[in-house]
Design a protein around this ligand. Structure first.
Ligand code: ZN
Ligand code: ZN
Length: 385
């Protein structure tokens, strides 16, 4: 059914900021593996960080937000057919170890292993034409419905990480939550929280992103930099609180907005989808007593913060984090994306061919006003839209 060549093109990480398009062997599979021809692979900030700072040893083939077609199945594999269109999951927990019994799946040692490779030390492999899918990640393989695109399939992994984080929030329907940062991840938070009946206040420096945040269900948006604020409550546009040195009257703009939306109570939760210490401190001040501040973008180790710890101890404001995905949520994530309740297509603004993976990573790491999710798409059999 599929003619599989002996060699393929792959983008190989050869050291910090050194990606090369190379010809490598198509991965050989064992009796319990699948071979998948990659159709689309999202560019993820965690890979960007590893590539740009050279934090892991080369050579590797990155890319872990992968969708494609099963082209070969090992003799002992059951439940999968050649020709099926699938989305992959590169980490799956064992469900039995101490960490898993505590549902801390991202801390499970099996989970930390990467079960998808295009060669070398397994690192996802999505920036190659073919990947080998190992048996321990087969429970994470999801079929992509006929009406949906591979691009949508490639969005399962990032949306899963966001849904996992949303589930860490102790929110009640009608609660008010801030989502700071409306990049692809922040927009997913905005949409998922709005779908659960929360009133979302979305902030970003880019008005184009705030417009989309509105369309994704935010009840109020706030742009610190452009000195424009719009909301469905009757808050008048005012200058940013970050411009408070210029005028003391315009100081607490976001504070005023939150005050109005919550009748002075404060936010029930804040999601920080930008790696900014100042935003964390601002959010910690804006949440009510016993509210939650969730960190999603603070992935750099060694950063110090000057948080008033009495806000945690006395005011019972929880500072929590969330990292990576929860594969038990795959069915729920698939439903959200494939029914287009969360229309992932709107988040994908740029597609690059495999040979231009470096350019894709460059754009994703330096987003402009029009760029959101960047995907490396190999196009074969891909439906538009
Ligand atoms: Zn990712
Ligand atoms: Zn485990």
């Amino acid at each position: 059914m599929f003619l599989i060549p002996k060699t393929m093109q792959a983008v190989v990480y050869r050291g910090a900021n050194n990606l090369r398009l190379e010809t490598v062997p198509v991965p050989r599979i064992g009796p319990n593996d699948l071979l998948v021809r990659v159709a689309a692979c999202g560019v993820c900030p965690t890979d960007i960080k590893k590539i740009q700072y050279g934090t892991v040893t080369p050579p590797r083939i990155f890319g872990h937000e992968t969708a494609g077609t099963i082209v070969r199945a090992g003799a002992r594999v059951r439940g999968f057919k050649i020709g099926e269109r699938v989305a992959l999951h590169h980490h799956v927990p064992c469900l039995e170890c101490h960490a898993c019994r505590h549902q801390a799946f991202a801390q499970c040692s099996q989970y930390k292993r990467t079960g998808i490779t295009a060669g070398f030390e397994p690192a996802g492999g999505g920036y190659a034409e073919y990947v080998r899918v190992m048996p321990f990640v087969l429970p994470g393989v999801v079929r992509v419905p006929v009406r949906n695109s591979f691009l949508e399939g490639a969005m399962l992994e990032p949306v899963n990480t966001v849904l996992k984080a949303v589930k860490r929030l102790a929110l009640l329907r009608g609660d008010t939550a801030l989502v700071a940062g409306q990049g692809p991840i922040g927009l997913m938070f905005t949409r998922l929280l709005a779908l659960q009946g929360m009133r979302v206040v979305a902030t970003d420096l880019l008005p184009t992103r705030l417009k989309l945040a509105r369309e994704f269900g935010a009840v109020a948006v706030h742009c610190p930099e452009s000195k424009v604020q719009r909301s469905m409550s009757n808050v008048q546009p005012r200058a940013s609180r970050f411009a408070h040195h210029a005028s003391p009257i315009t100081d607490h703009t976001l504070t005023t907005l939150v005050h109005q939306l919550t009748h002075g109570r404060g936010l029930d939760a804040a999601v920080i989808a930008v790696p900014s210490d100042a935003v964390v401190r601002e959010a910690q001040a804006l949440v009510r007593g016993a509210g939650q501040v969730l960190l999603f973008s603070h992935t750099r180790r060694g950063d110090q913060t000057s948080l008033d710890l009495a806000t945690v101890c006395v005011d019972e404001k929880d500072l929590i984090g969330s990292y990576s995905a929860d594969f038990r949520l795959q069915a729920e994530v698939a439903r959200l994306i494939f029914t287009r309740k969360l229309d992932a297509r709107r988040l994908i603004t740029h597609q690059f061919p495999l040979a231009q993976t470096a350019a894709a990573i460059e754009l994703a790491s330096h987003p402009n006003a029009d760029s959101l999710k960047v995907v490396v798409a190999q196009g074969f059999g891909e439906k538009s839209g």
